[in-house]
Ligand binder design. Structure first.
Ligand code: FE2
Length: 475
């Protein structure tokens, strides 16, 4: 009898402790919110640069697979002007130049400015470049830095921003992001929220947003992804082609990763392989996105890029009342691949709050098994939702109760994240809350690499490093 009681106590403590391991935190922090209204169009945050036909809305993104090219984009408001980019490695000396393209579009009655895209390629890695666009007194100069050569121990600091919009909360997020000194933004969709407007204001709010983010986008690449607010299906205006404004204004290097659509693609940057998926394009079996992803995952070489990061708009694990289970259909299709290929982390937006998961999976579930709950799974990615950029729709403040076991930390505040890759095995992650105008690091953890964290590979790496040390000592 005593033995039975002892067993029961041990079993109870095991269950208690096991549950305790995955007890997540629902933050009780309640911030005083700036009003979630868009900044007025005449506000200095949207200032138009001085000079006739001066280039505005300047933004850059990676232009190839490995970070030796950028695409520079801008708008000239009055006339096409020049699509030429002058660039070089010293300030005011522009030894090289590249020729871009120019186009414009209409959206209902709105007529866009002249949109320029210019591919600047053949760059050196880890180099600061200065560039000039526009002509005469109206020309403008900026700079950017290329990433280190793709390699397993290249250090790099990424920022992650989602659902940004153009409110005073958005401004706070953007200023805090710039303070963080990260080198590239991984953007998880829903850019301007211009689709919340009607008629010509839709286009005008795309223009204000691009001027608003220029303080960052002109100086470092933003890796773009689309959300539902980019779809812009407006039959009442005769505009029914999905993603029309976005595709005109934002370009991606999709051809470099053999994609057939700018909406899904991949890049390699420093020690990371980054896969961008479109939540609002077909993704089930036999679709182009499905086929492309199956091929791209085979191209991932963890010996060269240890970090495998996936971006999408709709989270696959989300315990907020807002958009609950909207990612379920994509989870059913792709989750087993994310586990098989040892994806390190998946960033999503859409839900206007912050949430981080433990490593959980639900791949055992199908419509005939009874295993319908997510279970702890060391092979699974960490899922992080950062749809907390600060747009005009406000916070998603109602989390489901009780907090599911897969949910590690959740808080309904605005903010942004950073992921600082230290080497092939470790990266440091932070979520930074906008706390009444201040940036406060609130959630952080060390991300262990899913590929190099494997014991056998760790031993192999240790052996390799010891051999190198021996060689250095013997010289
Ligand atoms: Fe969204």
């Amino acid at each position: 009898m005593q033995r039975l009681l002892l067993h029961l106590v041990l079993l109870a403590s095991f269950v208690f402790l096991s549950r305790d391991v995955y007890a997540g935190i629902t933050s009780s922090f309640v911030r005083s919110e700036f009003p979630s209204v868009d900044i007025p169009p005449n506000h200095p945050a949207f200032a138009v640069p001085k000079g006739h036909n001066a280039p505005q809305q300047v933004h850059i993104t990676q232009g190839d697979y490995d970070g030796k090219a950028v695409i520079i984009s801008w708008v000239t408001p009055d006339e096409p002007g020049s699509s030429h980019v002058q660039f070089g490695t010293s300030e005011n000396k522009f030894q090289s130049s590249a020729q871009g393209t120019v186009s414009n579009y209409t959206f209902g009655e709105y007529k866009s400015g002249y949109i320029h895209h210019c591919l600047v390629e053949g760059l050196e890695h880890s180099t600061k470049y200065y560039y000039r666009i526009g002509s005469g007194d109206s020309s403008r100069e900026f700079w950017f830095e290329t990433p280190p050569k793709v390699g397993p121990d290249a250090t790099y600091k990424f920022g992650i921003i989602g659902d940004l919009g153009q409110t005073f909360n958005s401004l706070s997020t953007l200023e805090h992001y710039i303070e963080s000194e990260a080198q590239t933004v991984l953007f998880v969709g829903d850019l301007s929220y211009a689709d919340r407007y009607q008629y010509t204001d839709v286009g005008l709010r795309w223009d204000t947003w691009a001027r608003f983010v220029e303080r960052s986008t002109a100086y470092q690449p933003w890796i773009w992804n689309t959300g539902n607010h980019e779809i812009e299906y407006f039959p009442y205006m005769g505009e029914v082609v999905p993603f029309k404004s976005y595709l005109q204004r934002y370009t991606t290097p999709y051809l470099a990763s053999k994609s057939t659509s700018p909406l899904w693609y991949a890049i390699r940057r420093a020690s990371a392989h980054i896969i961008v998926l479109s939540s609002y394009s077909p993704y089930v079996k036999y679709t182009p996105q499905y086929k492309w992803l199956s091929d791209e995952l085979l191209r991932v070489d963890r010996e060269k890029t240890p970090w495998l990061i996936v971006l999408m708009h709709v989270p696959l694990y989300n315990s907020n009342e807002a958009h609950f289970m909207e990612g379920e259909s994509m989870r059913v299709v792709y989750e087993s691949w994310f586990i098989k290929y040892k994806v390190d982390v998946i960033f999503a937006g859409h839900v206007h709050a912050y949430e981080r998961s433990y490593r959980f999976s639900n791949v055992d579930y199908n419509i005939t098994t009874g295993n319908r709950y997510p279970v702890a799974d060391k092979s699974a990615p960490v899922y992080i939702t950062v749809g907390d950029g600060g747009n005009q729709e406000g916070l998603a403040s109602r989390f489901r109760d009780p907090q599911p076991e897969y949910s590690a930390f959740r808080e309904a505040s605005y903010g942004h994240s950073t992921l600082e890759i230290k080497n092939r095995t470790h990266a440091v992650y932070h979520w930074n809350r906008n706390d009444d105008g201040k940036k406060v690091a609130t959630d952080s953890f060390v991300l262990h690499n899913q590929y190099w964290g494997n014991n056998r590979r760790r031993r192999k790496l240790k052996h390799f490093l010891l051999t190198v040390i021996d060689e250095v000592v013997s010289i």
